[in-house]
Design a protein around this ligand. Structure first.
Ligand SMILES: Nc1ncnc2c1ncn2[C@@H]1O[C@H](COP(=O)(O)OS(=O)(=O)O)[C@@H](OP(=O)(O)O)[C@H]1O
Length: 595
């Protein structure tokens, strides 16, 4: 039942997989394919940096002759686990302890229990009935069997105590181990027996994930032959040192250091492996036998909690050409964020089904088709959302639909200097490159016109509708918004930059607790993107995560704007911008036209 195909390791549900194959596309304009046409994936982060194990790796016989060392009496602190050891500068790297002897315990009882229980103890089908089934994707793929007592998700949001942990016989065998380490049971977040078959190798790797930084990793060899089992750890992949891990010896491993195992014995190596925190700060649940868990690479959810996450959980409303694509792609790098089937659904504006007699339920059903709703239903620790940059402008149409179909979704708005935004829109809409679909979505109204000509026409349009900074939203809507076409992007060149007017209804309806406003100019560097995303993850209730790809998406090269036009537009926008900073209660920013 459990498919541990290594290529599909990022999303693991006990019953299905979503292949993590699609890398985010950087479209250069509005796309408009059908919801089913794009590939979905959880982002391809994994809880270990191991390259996908295509099949079991063979142990290397030559390693048997490597010199053997004894784990030293070192102290591994969490400070030693802040970053992967091989990423530290050389001077620091060589000083980090890699493993440490933590005492001895008698393992005769555990050995006896394993031998009495026989093969059945290790069988997944048995665990699923009398204990609880858990996936460890890489290890499962290597054929490493397990008996799980305690397990937590990668973000240390919750910890599950399995029925077998509460079995009096197992308790009598496990608690003395915790005591020998001076660790209270509530501090243990993972505890399992792992059986590694003969001839198998776990290649050099270091563990990754939030939990690694906050936990100590202990190995207790139960069945082993140090002469034939080559355990190596080192400051880097090419400087691994072999250590003996004899039966009954508690050894702490710095799992941020590269380590590997080659089993050249003719029997399975069995270790008790546990991870403990320094504080018992994590929520714990005691699971009944046969409880069903649903896992992704980083999350674990109980079947009984299915459907507890609203779908979608977030909407990026706009503004168009203000970094919405980047923001969405950055967000989707969080391991708990699942991209929608399409990034820009447009369902709440021009894709809205117009047949008569459709109920809100019908619309909900249609809207959900743009997301992996069923998968999210099973994995409520994860979330999804969409990004349709035209929603901000069309609040008259979109807002009532959001209220009905996504009333609790967190709303994100990213803004950019309106002068630069307008020029970027003009460049996109008049770009000769693009697919037929993209060109249709962009509209042809500005083709053959200079930027200055379009600006002039827009200025007249705004004047005709008497648009001014202190007007209220109703007037803006009745006069200006209602005259905007839907279905193509060649309109509102300047109107889309009147952010205060557009934001007003959204803020009134949802408030700042549900709506976050940010600025594209605050994402100008790798560190700046990380900082902004930190705030967004927090706003969405996601655990912190460092994203890898912070490059700007959906970029376009074009010649600079004429200085006089720039000055004209800057002057035009100045009072509107002032209004914006006032309603957002933020410092005035000097918006440069090409930011
Ligand atoms: N991180 C970061 N830093 C600086 N600039 C950035 C960043 N991310 C996106 N961009 C610029 O945003 C423009 C694309 O915005 P959108 O993705 O919202 O466009 S769209 O409405 O979805 O078509 C596009 O602007 P132009 O290149 O001027 O067209 C991108 O270059």
């Amino acid at each position: 039942m459990v498919n541990c195909n290594a290529r599909n390791r990022d999303v693991i549900s006990l019953s299905k997989h979503v292949a993590a194959t699609a890398s985010p596309k950087t479209s250069t304009s509005t796309s408009s394919s059908s919801p089913s046409s794009s590939t979905s994936s959880f982002p391809s982060s994994s809880s270990s940096n191991l390259s996908p194990p295509p099949s079991a790796v063979q142990a290397s016989p030559s390693f048997v002759s490597l010199p053997r060392m004894v784990p030293p009496n070192a102290t591994i602190t969490l400070g030693h686990k802040g970053v992967p050891v091989h990423e530290l500068p050389e001077e620091a790297r060589v000083r980090v302890p890699l493993c440490s002897a933590r005492g001895k315990v008698c393992v005769a009882g555990i050995k006896r229990k394993l031998s009495d229980g026989g093969a059945k103890l290790w069988q997944e089908e048995n665990a699923e009935k009398t204990n609880v089934g858990i996936l460890r994707p890489s290890h499962d793929a290597w054929g490493i069997k397990k008996i799980v007592f305690i397990y937590c998700d990668d973000f240390l949001r919750r910890c599950f105590e399995m029925p077998w942990f509460h079995d009096p016989e197992w308790q009598a065998l496990l608690l003395p181990v915790f005591q020998a380490l001076n660790v209270a049971p509530r501090m243990v977040v993972r505890c399992l027996l792992a059986s590694m078959p003969p001839g198998i190798a776990i290649p050099p790797h270091h563990d990754t994930g939030y939990w690694v930084h906050y936990s100590h990793r202990i190995h207790l060899p139960i069945e082993t032959d140090p002469a034939r089992i080559v355990f190596r750890v080192g400051p880097s992949k090419d400087r691994l040192q072999r250590y003996d891990l004899p039966e009954g010896c508690l050894v702490e491993l710095n799992n941020q250091a590269k380590h590997s195992v080659d089993n050249l014995w003719d029997r399975s190596r069995v270790h008790l492996i546990l991870d403990y925190l320094e504080k018992d700060s994590i929520e714990r649940s005691i699971l009944p036998p046969g409880a069903k868990l649903h896992q992704t690479r980083r999350s674990i959810d109980l079947e009984s909690e299915h459907g507890s996450r609203p779908c979608p959980s977030f909407l990026i409303l706009g503004a168009q050409k203000s970094g919405t694509t980047s923001l969405y792609e950055y967000l989707c790098q969080h391991p708990l964020v699942l991209r929608a089937r399409r990034r820009e659904t447009h369902y709440l504006d021009w894709r809205w089904r117009r047949e008569e007699h459709l109920t809100w339920e019908d619309h909900r059903e249609t809207y959900l088709r743009f997301f992996h709703a069923a998968l999210l239903n099973e994995n409520p620790s994860c979330m999804t959302g969409e990004s349709t940059p035209s929603y901000l402008l069309h609040s008259d149409i979109v807002l009532p639909r959001v209220r009905k179909l996504a009333p609790t979704a967190k709303l994100l708005v990213i803004l950019r200097c309106p002068v630069a935004r307008a020029y970027s829109q003009y460049q996109m809409v008049t770009d000769p490159e693009g697919s037929v679909e993209q060109k249709k979505a962009r509209g042809s109204h500005w083709l053959g016109k200079s930027f200055e000509e379009v600006v002039e026409a827009e200025m007249q349009d705004l004047e005709r509708h008497r648009v001014h900074p202190t007007m209220n939203y109703q007037e803006f809507k009745d006069g200006y918004l209602s005259s905007r076409p839907l279905g193509h992007g060649s309109h509102s060149l300047l109107g889309r930059g009147l952010y205060a007017l557009q934001l007003q209804p959204w803020l009134e309806a949802f408030g700042r607790d549900q709506l976050m406003v940010m600025f594209m100019e605050d994402m100008a560097s790798h560190n700046a993107v990380q900082a902004q995303l930190g705030k967004v993850f927090d706003f969405l209730g996601l655990p912190p995560h460092s994203i890898i790809d912070t490059h700007a998406k959906n970029t376009r090269a074009y010649t600079p704007m004429d200085e006089r036009t720039k000055a004209r537009l800057s002057a035009f926008y100045a009072p509107f911008n002032q209004q914006l900073f006032q309603i957002l209660n933020v410092h005035e920013r000097r918006w440069e036209a090409r930011e």
